[in-house]
Design a protein around this ligand. Sequence first.
Ligand code: NAP
Length: 266
Amino acid sequence: MSTLVTRPLDASLAASSEAVIAKKILVLGATSGIAEATCRIWAAEGAQMFLVARNAEKLAAVAADLKLRGASYVGTAVADLDDTDKHAELLAHAVNSLTGMDIAFLAHGILGDQARGEQEFEHAAQIIYTNFMAPVSLLTWLANYCLQRHAGVIAVLSSVAGERGRKSNYMYGASKAGLSTYLSGLRNRVDREGVTVITIKPGPVKTSMTAGMKGAEKFADVHKVAATIVKAIDKRVDTLYVPIIFLPIMFIVRHIPERIFKKLNL
Ligand SMILES: NC(=O)c1ccc[n+]([C@@H]2O[C@H](COP(=O)([O-])OP(=O)(O)OC[C@H]3O[C@@H](n4cnc5c(N)ncnc54)[C@H](OP(=O)(O)O)[C@@H]3O)[C@@H](O)[C@H]2O)c1
């Protein structure tokens, strides 16, 4: 089994400050471009991973690739994460399969179609459901699991789009704003109990979600974004803007007066 030297995140290993362990990582939405690139880094470190995705074929390909790259264990489950009724059973199976969990990485999400959502409530609701309601269901279970152990890192892909509503994507932005606010409250609840909640706010990244968008060639490289995410999780930061230039950019965007902001074509 490949191993790495790391700070133990599991309470059962807390007695040893430099135990040789492989990280146990649960990845939800494992076929996402950002998740796959991040998992490749963890695989090279010898991590043990449990991958959940809804497309069986893509999931099998990702799992096989991660094993080749050095993952010491890869378990998988096919699931539509909108199916919140099945979350408890799915997550219990995943942590049993991993025999514990150090890190949960929530990566699934949809961009949706802003123009369609403006006409059809059902589509707007779908965006909110997949990006906000389903993560809340997963986070409820995961937070309580970690709280019982006073350990664990929960890292979630939100977005800079949640920082301010823009006419071009406020359905998606609203779903991510809700998610970021939920994570902030969850962090406030669980941090004192030894559980870390990390809100990851990427700017535009080159993945299938943004393929074909205007200016996509200038978007951030997914492998650089993944490397930054792995470091942030190791350091247990609270909030990560990636690339880091989005930290000052979003500061400015948040502070533009509404009377000016409402006239901008964004
Ligand atoms: N790319 C960006 O510019 C960017 C910027 C900020 C935030 N983010 C966020 O980062 C995360 C990953 O995005 P990405 O860029 O890696 O996009 P991506 O490659 O399109 O990945 C999205 C993933 O979510 C999965 N998914 C969607 N709905 C699902 C459901 N109901 N059940 C299970 N899986 C579901 C998709 O599965 P299928 O392959 O089966 O459709 C896909 O694997 C998302 O939350 C996204 O909002 C992305």
